[in-house]
Each structure stands twice: as C-alpha cells, then as structure tokens.
Design a protein around this ligand. Structure first.
Ligand SMILES: Cc1cc2nc3c(=O)[nH]c(=O)nc-3n(C[C@H](O)[C@H](O)[C@H](O)COP(=O)(O)O)c2cc1C
Length: 381
C-alpha cells in the first residue's frame, strides 16, 4: 500500500500501522480505559443526517471561516499533538508546512518536538500554542511571555489533563518518554528497522518547549513525572482568569464540555472554547463533543467562538458540526496517521482530501458559504 492508495482516514491508519513500530502506533491510535468515548466520538455523527437543498447555484464555494480572529481557508485545523517527530522525522515541520499550504491553523503542543519560535519564523499561517498550567506561576508567565514575543496567534490552555488518562495500550507496550519498553515492545521496534534508521539519522529528539525551563535531558525527568510533579492539579478559574488577562489576546480553553464551564469561560474573558475530550484519551465514558455541541452553542454561541474536536474523520462530519453552530473544528488523528504514513506529503494529502470532501459536501448541500449551513439542514434520527 502506498500514499496514492489512501483515500480516507482508515486507509491512512492502515498505512501508518505498517510504517510505525506498534508501541508508537498504539500511542496514537489508543485512548483511555475501554475506549468507549473514543469510539462514540466518531459514531455520534451518525445520529443525524444532512438534509440538502438543491438548485442553489453552487459553482463557487467559499469554505473559509474566521475563528478567534484568524482567517482560515478551510474550517478544519490541526489540533496540537505531542511528540510528532516520533511519528515521522519531519514532525511539526511537516504539519506546519502542510497547514500553511492549505491556509489553516495548527497547534504546537507543550510536548512538541520542535520549538514554537523556530516554527513561527518559518511559517506564516495562524499558530496556536497549547499550554499546560504549571505549579510555578513564574514559569507560566515566562513561557507566555516568550510565546508572545514569538508572535503566537492563539493561546490554547488544555483543561482536560488535570491528571493523565489511563491508556492501557501504552501500559502493555511500555510506551513512555523516555522509552521504558517491555520486551515485546522492543521486539516491535526491531521488526520496523526503517523507523529506527530515520530516528537515529535525523535531528536528536527533544522537547524544546520544556527543555528551556525543565531539565528533560537524558531522562532527568520523564513526561509522567512532568505531569505529576510540575503541573498544578489545584488550578482554578481564578488562576486561568489571571492568565487570560496576562496574555491579553486570543485565548481559548481546550476541553470544555459543560454549559456551566462554557459560561465561566465567557465570564473570564476567553475568546474561544474547544469542546473536546482529547480524542477519548482522558475520561472514558465522557460525552462526545458532537453530542454536546448544540447545548453549548445555544448557551454561549453568541458570546464566544465555539469550536469542537474529537472523532472527525470526514468532510461531512465537519459540515454537521458547522451546521450545529461550531465556528471551526480541530482534528488530531486525521493528520497524525497521514504524517506517520508519509510525512508532509501525507498531511497534504489528508488536507486535500478533507478540503475536497467539504467542498463536494457543500455543493451537494446547496451551500455557497459555511454561513448557509444551519441546524435547518440537519435532522436527528
Ligand atoms: C497522539 C496524540 C497526542 C496528543 N497530544 C496532545 C497534547 O500534547 N496536548 C493537547 O492538548 N492535546 C493533545 N492531543 C489531543 C488533540 O489535540 C485532539 O484533542 C484530539 O486528537 C482530537 O481527537 P481526534 O484525534 O479524534 O481528532 C493528542 C492527541 C493524540 C492522538
């Protein structure tokens, strides 16, 4: 199977599985506990159907959106994800370059493997910085200041990671940073030698967002310990309110799910909220963002940009989310499997297929612009 044979999410997933040592594949593909929420995320889109209008003169279709002050040429962006250079040696460079080509936003994770400053200089499309809240308030300020100086467009605070999710596939393989593989896990690396050759012959693995502030070198601290020792589980709305003021720009919370929290985000001055369950990787049994979207849009949709991620695999999923009032959507695995499968070419192909699916879907729906999409075009079964 080659990249040109990939026509959808499942094809990219299959090719990624062929290329990656299975502990890494399972880190991307896996989720928390019984992975019920992970499966529901995509299934929830099947609970409703699109109702098209026809004869609407749809020769030109405009799928651009403006979200948190950023103009995106397509309504889906690349959500921030950790450790991208483990999935392909070009990692974040490949994702940012592909996102730039398609005129959309990408997020750089706190656990990113390329420095957000470096990538900011290279690419001009909107860039979000996914932030974790540290016990050390001075450190939080220093990190935000350097992000501000770098010209980051959107600050994205992840609020659904107050403690790590229980990812049992990783426990079985021993996937962690630094690697603590089980014997079976090691064997899986041995049978995918190309991955190892690429890993060794390219830029040394590092976590630049943290390296500057935390000694992560040579296993001095693991990601597990970083979460338990450095991040602050006592974080409250008051803390976030101060950060929002300090940032004084586009600021969104990633991982909001309840109406109460959505209202609080408005009250403390956030400009966006992302309904997300982290792709099912945190609280298993929690509701899917698409199932929850209408309720949140009804409550705060006129006061703040409502965005959602988790489970999106198709252009029609994007159209359904926009019909319910999302301003834009994010996705993780929809570009991570393509990245693992074929680097930048893979991510470009994924964005191209997504763009074509959205455009085709809009034409078939009789929509010239995303503004034409509304809940009138949607029926729940
Ligand atoms: C491998 C992987 C790593 C991720 N790393 C992060 C991260 O570092 N920070 C974060 O806020 N979200 C992270 N996420 C969550 C994504 O930003 C996004 O919420 C999720 O992937 C959406 O679900 P989807 O993969 O079904 O599209 C990660 C997701 C995956 C699959």
């Amino acid at each position: 199977m080659r990249l040109k044979h990939c026509h959808n999410f499942q094809d990219f997933r299959t090719l990624a599985q062929k290329r990656l040592p299975s502990p890494i594949f399972n880190y991307i593909d896996g989720a928390a506990d019984d992975e019920i929420t992970y499966r529901r995320n995509t299934k929830s889109f099947d609970a409703c159907d699109l109702v098209p209008n026809v004869l609407a003169g749809v020769e030109d279709v405009d799928m651009s959106v403006t979200v948190m002050g950023q103009k995106l040429d397509m309504p889906i962006y690349c959500s921030p994800t950790a450790l991208q250079r483990l999935f392909h040696h070009d990692g974040e460079y490949a994702v940012a370059a592909a996102a730039e080509k398609y005129g959309t936003m990408y997020g750089v994770s706190s656990l990113g493997t390329v420095s957000l400053q470096e990538i900011r200089k290279k690419y001009s499309n909107p860039q979000a910085y996914q932030f974790y809240f540290h016990k050390d308030r001075g450190l939080n300020r220093a990190m935000m200041e350097s992000a501000k100086d770098a010209g980051i467009d959107v600050m994205m605070l992840t609020v659904d990671c107050i403690t790590g999710g229980n990812r049992e596939r990783d426990l079985r393989t021993g996937f962690s940073i630094p690697f603590r593989l089980t014997l079976a896990g090691m064997l899986q690396f041995a049978i995918k030698p190309m991955w190892g050759i690429n890993y060794i012959t390219h830029k040394k693995f590092s976590l630049p967002q943290l390296d500057e502030h935390v000694d992560m070198s040579d296993g001095a601290i693991s990601i597990g310990r970083y979460f338990t020792e450095m991040l602050d589980p006592s974080m409250t709305w008051k803390d976030v309110e101060e950060m929002v003021k300090f940032w004084d720009g586009q600021y969104c919370l990633k991982g909001i799910m309840s109406v109460e929290d959505a209202k609080k985000a408005v009250d403390i001055g956030c400009t966006g909220i992302i309904l997300s369950n982290h792709g099912g990787r945190q609280l298993d049994g929690s509701r899917s963002p698409f199932d929850q979207l209408a309720e949140i849009v009804d409550a705060v949709g006129d006061k703040i940009d409502v965005i959602m991620d988790s489970g999106i695999q198709r252009g029609t999923h994007v159209l359904k989310a926009l019909s319910l009032g999302a301003k834009a959507v994010g996705g993780g695995r929809f570009y991570l499997f393509p990245l693992a499968a074929a680097g930048q070419d893979g991510v470009e192909r994924a964005l191209e297929l997504m763009r074509a699916e959205i455009e085709r879907g809009m034409r078939l729906m009789g929509c010239k612009s995303v503004r034409d999409l509304s809940s009138k075009n949607l029926r729940f079964r």
